[in-house]
Design a protein around this ligand. Structure first.
Ligand SMILES: [Zn+2]
Ligand SMILES: [Zn+2]
Length: 334
């Protein structure tokens, strides 16, 4: 099934014609639970990884011997899905609650050393043929694979994420690694994606208001202030500029921090947004971005299909160098 973003509540370029000069596109990925294969674009699906190539590991020293077991997390999700899908008295029964409690227990891996190589979690893979806004990779690479360490324990403050991005030429991969290594435990459930197939859809987008010319940003602010008395006024930030959810290309939102320059560490070029990893596909507010296919009599469908959580309830923006896609990526959390 395709996914269709509804028309915006109003034509923002009719109100602010200068915005036309800043118009861009972004591809909403619309991940939904499914059974992707290695030759599909996916979130949390099997990756097209050569059998003979070492799997990415986190080698940074941090605790890795305590956490939840991936199998327990998956089982808990299955129990909850069945419980909430029951027509009669949806929600976990006492018996299911007890089981969920047992599965929530933290496990310890005896003898785990702070610097043992820790298998990273395959988060997503994207084929250029599927995702219109995915830029060209280095050389003629057509496949982007994204990994992260399942612990938020990196960097000087010991709370940052560790990401690994790999571009490859899909046609060069022969035998695919059948059973990739996985971590024995993860630091939090949200590091473990549920397998999702993608339904890419390209939509129009505009920059974060704070990055528009000051005079234009001020007029947008004044317009929003003038709508204050309406019941559910559309807003530039949440309804008209940047869609929520997993997406590729377009503009980063800086709603949690003030915008800061994201320049390439190799050549100093201002970087472009490559990928947004989002905790929710739409928010509970007006929900104007909820695809038509997910609006039903029972209300909005599940807004967290991937089960991935970034930070507390946020999004991760990954940036790429526009001059040379081989330059290291950078990222920030909102
Ligand atoms: Zn790590
Ligand atoms: Zn660069």
């Amino acid at each position: 099934m395709t996914r269709t973003t509804p028309p915006r509540p109003l034509d923002v370029e009719a109100l602010f014609p200068e915005l036309g000069g800043f118009r861009g596109t972004t591809t909403r990925l619309h991940p939904r639970p499914g059974v992707p294969g290695p030759s599909d674009s996916s979130v949390g699906g099997p990756l097209l990884w050569p059998a003979g190539e070492p799997w990415p590991v986190c080698g940074e020293a941090h605790g890795r011997g305590r956490g939840r077991r991936p199998a327990d997390i998956r089982r808990s999700r299955r129990i909850l899905a069945i419980a909430w899908a029951r027509e009669q008295a949806p929600g976990p029964t006492d018996e299911e609650r007890e089981l969920l409690g047992a599965l929530r227990r933290e496990h310890r891996i005896p003898g785990a050393d702070e610097s043992d190589p820790l298998p990273m979690v395959g988060l997503a893979q994207l084929y250029r043929r599927d995702v219109p806004d995915l830029p060209a990779g280095p050389g003629d690479c057509d496949l982007l694979q994204v990994f992260w360490c399942p612990f938020a324990a990196h960097g000087p403050g010991r709370y940052d994420l560790a990401l690994h991005l790999r571009w490859r030429r899909s046609w060069e991969v022969g035998e695919v690694l059948a059973a990739p290594p996985q971590p024995s435990v993860v630091g939090a459930d949200g590091f473990l994606p549920e397998p999702c197939v993608l339904h890419p859809e390209q939509v129009v987008t505009y920059p974060f208001a704070g990055l528009l010319p000051e005079e234009l940003c001020a007029r947008i602010d004044a317009w929003e202030d003038s709508l204050e008395d309406e019941a559910e006024p559309p807003g530039y930030q949440y309804d008209l500029s940047i869609p929520p959810g997993w997406r590729v290309g377009g503009f980063a939102s800086w709603h949690a921090t003030d915008p800061y320059p994201m320049d390439c560490l190799t050549c100093a070029a201002p970087m472009d947004l490559l990928l947004t990893v989002d905790t929710t596909e739409w928010d509970g507010g007006s929900g104007s971005w909820t695809p038509l296919e997910d609006r039903g009599p029972s209300g909005h469908g599940c807004a967290t299909p991937t089960e991935v959580t970034v930070g507390r309830w946020g999004e991760l923006n990954v940036f790429a160098c526009p001059r040379d896609p081989g330059h290291p990526h950078r990222w920030s959390i909102q």
